[in-house]
Ligand binder design. Structure first.
Ligand code: HEM
Length: 549
């Protein structure tokens, strides 16, 4: 071998070796890829073909491509779109189906009859797990959670407990005692009536909304961002009804902190890591501190103004040893239940009415007898279905289109629903929206806002008692505030329409719902979807001028 050939042959050997190695690597990659595809194919076949055929009694699963991730991305982006796809995929089966996202399996109930089975079965399907999780996320310690959910003697003093329930479950009965139609609810309605009469006035709005409203003295109008404004007003209303003026004196910025928190609540529901959700936890922690300060005030300075439920909750929780810190967390959840949904419902209702002038006029005309001059005087008129059937239809239609929640229960032991076995440890969900968009029940044009669908036949007038109608959930935990919510929203809208002419500024499109963020009831508006409305005192309303519409 010459000196020349040596390096050359060495080089060519090197090339050969490299080529060989490269080929080898290539073959190894191919082998690895083949193995991955093989394992993936086996997993797919097992998960979506073999396992279901071996377990025909379990709900079939909506197929997905990537193990563990499942439908996680679609679930985050548009959970209702995903659920609707699932329902379509299994349309023929008419039975619960399963859906996996981030390693968690949910059973999805899309048929009204099966949803009734879910709501009825409180033995095997637990709602408490969800409340306990919320308590934990918001800072309750395990000892308190255990204490609050341990059965109490049936002869305990205080609020009657004939069934020996835990305080956590007994609280549902306390809510009902406060919020179902009767004397106790009337106390709250009277407070709300007083507040609405005082605050929904031109001068109060011009004064209180100075930070975002503009007034035009030329045509005596105020321009307001509708979502921001209705939210602001409703949270103040809910707070006043439950705490009087006292909580506002302890913390004048409480409603503002609440609104920031409420719009970011989805981070809590998705359990974001602490560093990524300070914008949500900071206002929450401020509110917790203010509630603790509220309960530390001498009782004589606060209890007279508080709703029965707030005082009773305090007495009952303290009687079982719950401290101020944990009491604040429990009452914080109550504040949330009162305020999160009514504010958004009033926004959506006004948004639909402003785009449907004949319905707006009908709402105004129908509610006129509840007023003396400009004062809302009758607390029962507007929510009376016989006297205000169109208002009732507008209420239902607004909830049908803006209710975006799902009832979720933990399966605590294997249970059969819709002839399928749901396995312990998974969750079952009833997505309200899928029921509300059932064309077989609500008609072909379910995407349109059409209050007539609730009025046009005997069957239509029975829709509110149908099992397909679930904006408030169902069973024992069905929203106990639903009667008061209807009063809050319809009395507020009626007073607005009684006192003001209201117009949209420009021609804003119907705002879009923020479908990517989960809610516990009514959907939020997509960022940038708020729009300006202009209000002016009505010329034809007012004291002594009779009722015109
Ligand atoms: C349009 C407005 C409202 C909507 C759509 C709504 C919806 C709901 C929903 C979906 C639930 C969960 C039910 C379940 O999963 O079983 C719930 C629970 C609850 N809501 Fe409402 N709600 C509204 C207004 C109110 C108001 C104004 C109050 C109080 C004044 C209130 C008080 C409650 C309470 C206390 C619970 C817990 C029930 C329990 O565990 O006993 N809600 N609500």
């Amino acid at each position: 071998m010459s000196n020349h050939t040596l390096p050359g042959s060495y080089h060519s050997e090197l090339v050969d070796t490299r080529a060989f190695l490269a080929l080898d690597e290539h073959a190894a990659s191919l082998r690895a890829l083949f193995l991955v595809v093989l394992v993936w194919g086996m997993w797919r076949a097992w998960r979506f073909t073999i396992y279901p055929s071996l377990h025909p009694n379990e709900p079939k699963e909506l197929p997905y491509l990537i193990p563990f991730l499942g439908h996680g991305v679609a679930f985050f982006q548009d959970s209702n779109g995903l659920l609707a796809r699932g329902r379509k995929h299994f349309a023929k089966a008419n039975e619960p189906f399963a859906l996996t996202a981030f390693g968690h399996t949910f059973y999805v109930i899309t048929h009204a009859k099966q949803s009734a089975e879910v709501y009825k079965n409180t033995e095997a399907l637990s709602f408490e797990e969800f409340v306990q999780k919320l308590m934990r996320v918001n800072g309750s310690d395990e000892a308190t959670i255990k204490n609050v959910y341990s059965p109490l003697p049936s002869d305990k003093p205080g609020f009657p407990n004939p069934d020996g329930l835990s305080m956590g479950v007994l609280a549902q009965r306390m809510h009902i005692h406060q919020l179902f139609p009767g004397d106790n609810m009337a106390v709250l309605q009277e407070k709300a009536r007083h507040w609405i009469n005082r605050q929904v006035s031109f001068d109060a709005i011009a004064r209180d909304c100075g930070r975002y409203a503009t007034t035009d003295s030329k045509d005596a109008s105020i321009q307001l961002p509708l979502y921001k404004w209705t939210s602001d007003y409703f949270v103040q209303l809910g707070q006043y009804v439950y705490f009087g003026d006292v909580l506002a004196q302890v913390d004048p910025t409480y409603p503002q902190s609440y609104m920031v928190f409420d719009e970011l609540l989805w981070k809590m529901l998705y359990q974001y890591p602490a560093v990524l959700c300070r914008d949500m936890t900071n206002p929450r922690d401020r509110m917790m501190a203010s509630l603790r300060a509220y309960f530390r005030l001498p009782p004589s300075e606060r209890r007279d103004q508080a709703a029965w439920i707030i005082n009773t909750m305090e007495d009952e929780m303290k009687a079982i040893g719950v401290d101020d810190e944990n009491l604040a967390i429990i009452v914080f959840h109550l504040y949330f239940a009162i305020n999160t949904n009514a504010r958004k419902t009033s926004f959506w209702m006004l948004s639909y009415l402003l785009r449907n002038p004949s319905d707006l006029a009908a709402f105004r005309a129908e509610t006129a007898p509840a007023f003396k001059g400009d004062e809302l005087s009758d607390i029962s008129y507007i929510t009376d279905t016989a006297k205000c059937p169109r208002v009732d239809a507008i209420w239902h239609e607004t909830l049908r289109l803006s209710g975006w929640a799902a009832s979720v229960r933990l399966v605590t032991r294997d249970v059969v629903i819709g002839a399928k076995t749901l396995r312990r440890g998974n969750r079952v969900m009833v997505p309200h929206r899928l029921l509300h968009f059932d064309e077989g029940v609500f008609g072909a044009d379910t995407a349109s806002w059409r209050p007539d669908r609730w009025l046009e036949s005997d069957a239509a007038r029975k829709l509110p008692s149908s099992a397909s109608w679930r904006p408030f959930g169902g069973g024992k935990t069905k929203c106990s505030g639903r009667f008061l919510a209807k009063f809050f929203v319809t009395a507020f809208v009626a007073t607005m329409l009684r006192r003001f002419d209201m117009e949209m500024v420009g021609e804003p499109p119907m705002p879009q719902p923020d479908i990517g963020r989960p809610v516990l009831g009514i959907i939020s508006v997509k960022q940038g979807g708020d729009y300006m409305v202009s209000i002016k005192k009505r010329r034809d309303g007012g004291e002594g001028e009779g009722v015109k519409s």
